[in-house]
Design a protein around this ligand. Structure first.
Ligand SMILES: O=C(O)CCC(=O)C(=O)O
Ligand SMILES: [Fe+2]
Length: 255
């Protein structure tokens, strides 16, 4: 993680509701001089802004592989993964495929009218279940995880040169959080404020298996991916190069 001035103005801090390995949940004053850590760096949730939580290494390699295998299938159809064309004629550098609802800038529809007119594949129940578990892991037992009912997923694939500019996820008519899962190459995930594309923002490094959830006061924060680090994928996930990101959302739409 780099940079310092987060939208909340403070330094990143471990999630206050308690880490599961005993290293991140100490009440204030008790964790100032923790025992030296040997072995892997503890993987505890870090709340980088109110409602925005990074959980490193949340997905096992086996689950990453399951996700990659599923995404490979969805990338073939019924709506093939493609570079989205923006209304002004620009072309996004990531390639995208959606589940449940089709997102095209800047709306959701049941059919992929800017691709081949087909209905996207449904969002499977197991993936919605991962979404509920993700909100629980990030926001704790009182954070609404059991009520989380995502009905769409956006799947983005970044090759070495792909980026995503600062934007808000604002086509949804629900205040429910966005759940982001990453597999493959590491990246810089820039997480900003709700008012402007610019500073203050915090640069978070997202690695293979990482979870990032943003909801509550951070739901409308600008965010983007200014850099992917080629050659940093971990073995065993099924991705040798490039980065896969899947975001789950509640659209709040019906029909
Ligand atoms: O790739 C990422 O980590 C973020 C993707 C994103 O912001 C989006 O799909 O709206
Ligand atoms: Fe986004």
């Amino acid at each position: 993680m780099s940079a310092a001035a987060g939208p909340g103005g403070g330094a990143p801090r471990p999630g206050g509701w308690g880490g599961t390995d005993g290293s991140g949940g100490a009440p204030d004053g008790e964790g100032l001089f923790p025992l030296p850590v040997s072995g892997p760096v503890p993987r505890v949730p870090v709340e980088i802004a109110p409602g925005a939580v990074h959980v490193p290494g949340w997905l096992t390699v086996e689950r990453q592989r399951r996700l990659v295998d599923a995404c490979r299938g969805w990338a073939r159809g019924p709506v093939p993964m493609r570079h989205t064309v923006l209304p002004g004629g620009g072309v996004m550098s990531v390639r995208t495929v959606c589940l449940g609802w089709h997102w095209q800038p800047y709306r959701y529809s049941r059919t992929a009218d800017d691709v081949n007119g087909a209905r996207p594949a449904p969002l499977p129940g197991w993936l919605a279940g991962w979404g509920r578990a993700a909100v629980l892991a990030a926001h704790g037992p009182d954070g609404g995880g059991s009520a989380y009912a995502p009905d769409t997923a956006l799947i983005n694939f970044y090759d070495d040169g792909a980026r995503m500019g600062m934007h808000q996820d604002r086509e949804e008519r629900s205040a429910a959080p966005v759940v982001s899962l990453s597999v493959g190459d590491r990246c810089v995930f820039r997480f900003g404020n709700t008012r402007t594309r610019g500073r203050p923002y915090l640069d978070v490094e997202l690695a293979s298996g990482d979870l990032f959830v943003f909801g509550g006061p951070s739901r409308a924060a600008y965010h983007g991916v200014p850099k992917v680090y080629p050659g940093t994928a971990v073995p065993g996930t099924g991705i040798r190069s490039g980065r896969l990101n899947l975001t789950l959302r509640e659209t709040g739409l019906s029909g």
